[in-house]
Ligand binder design. Structure first.
Ligand SMILES: [Zn+2]
Length: 342
């Protein structure tokens, strides 16, 4: 089959469109013909390489996949079924998995990141419990743009932060994959959403997704603006995934009793914290990673009814994956960049 692989870490130029062997199915697995695969920041980290993370080479990226089932081993899933894939792969038999917290499984992995070849290919295999059927009216590009970021944002808002109707939520970088998902999920659950973005066009688009007030993070101080817009109170919940560049401002934007949830650190992992502020203002910090299979199954209901709509920035053919990575690294996008597999 044709696939985009990298044989060494580096810039976008290490992505090679080439011929590789098709995946071989083990019992309980399903083979899927990939029609679309969305990019995530994880793809860039995997390609660049991280200290203490060993990625087997050659490697195929891609965590967000939609396509058609072509075959299965040891299950009754019929060929031709249109599906999207759960990006989280877990053992299915440990205490965490059996408690419905499969994203806390010690063997948890994200499709396309470490040992499970991903969707930058004509075919991908996953355990049967990782497929979700999609209705005919949902196209593959839309379906591929949904899973990872909406799952991540759902887990952050609904499970970690326990969002309640009427609360104020600050979403950083509303033009990012997690950002556009978090704005929509928070708005749908009755929150008043404050969103940041880096250009007037992106701020307008954030408003269209449900943001009540918008803040330009290049020209305005996020914390000062939040305090001004909330009459000095601050917000109940901050959705943080930027890291070092925004951390201090995100903490300062919290109201007394506020909760900060972080799922990423794209600008770096160091963040200072004033412990006096933490206890005196009764703040709560939550780490969040992906989400559970059950949460994605719940979130897709709102996708299929049209209440949640993944924003697609633009599509590239699979062969142009390097070009797609360059666009993502330049941060020019609003929403998801998706590879189409002919
Ligand atoms: Zn497990």
């Amino acid at each position: 089959m044709r696939a985009v692989c990298f044989h060494q870490h580096g810039g976008p130029e290490v992505l090679r469109y080439e011929e590789v062997a098709e995946p071989e199915l083990a019992a309980g697995e399903v083979l899927v013909r990939v029609r679309a695969c969305a990019l995530n920041h994880l793809d860039i980290w995997g390609r660049q390489g991280l200290p203490h993370v060993r990625i087997p080479m050659p490697h195929i990226c891609g965590s967000d996949v939609a396509g058609e089932v072509v075959g299965s081993s040891g299950s009754d899933v019929s060929a031709g079924r249109r599906v999207m894939l759960q990006p989280g792969i877990s053992c299915g038999r440990c205490m965490a998995c059996l408690s419905g917290k499969d994203n806390e499984c010690p063997h948890y992995e994200v499709l396309g990141y470490l040992n499970h070849p991903g969707g930058y290919a004509e075919y991908v295999k996953v355990p049967v419990q990782n497929i979700i059927s999609i209705p005919d009216e949902i196209d593959f590009v839309q379906a591929a743009a949904f899973p990872l970021t909406f799952l991540t944002a759902w887990h952050m808002l609904m499970t970690r932060a326990q969002l309640k109707r009427g609360e104020d939520v600050l979403v950083l970088a509303a033009g990012s994959g997690v950002g556009q998902a978090a704005v929509q999920i928070a708005f749908m659950h009755g929150a008043r959403v404050f969103a940041t973005a880096g250009s007037p066009e992106k701020l307008e688009r954030a408003r269209a997704l449900g943001a009540y007030e918008v803040i330009d993070h290049h020209t305005q101080d996020i914390a000062d603006e939040v305090r001004r817009l909330t009459n000095k109170r601050g917000v109940d919940v901050v959705i943080e995934h930027v890291g070092e560049a925004t951390w201090t401002k995100s903490v300062r934007a919290l109201a007394r009793g506020g909760r900060l949830v972080t799922c990423g650190a794209t600008t770096g992992g160091n963040g200072a914290l004033d412990l006096v502020s933490l206890f005196a203002r009764q703040l709560t910090l939550h780490g969040s990673y992906m989400g559970t299979k059950g949460e994605l199954m719940r979130a897709v209901r709102f996708f299929f009814t049209g209440q949640l709509k993944p924003v697609v920035d633009r599509t590239f053919p699979l062969a142009d994956a390097a070009e797609a990575h360059r666009r993502m690294e330049a941060s020019g996008q609003f929403g998801k960049i998706v590879l189409e597999v002919p």
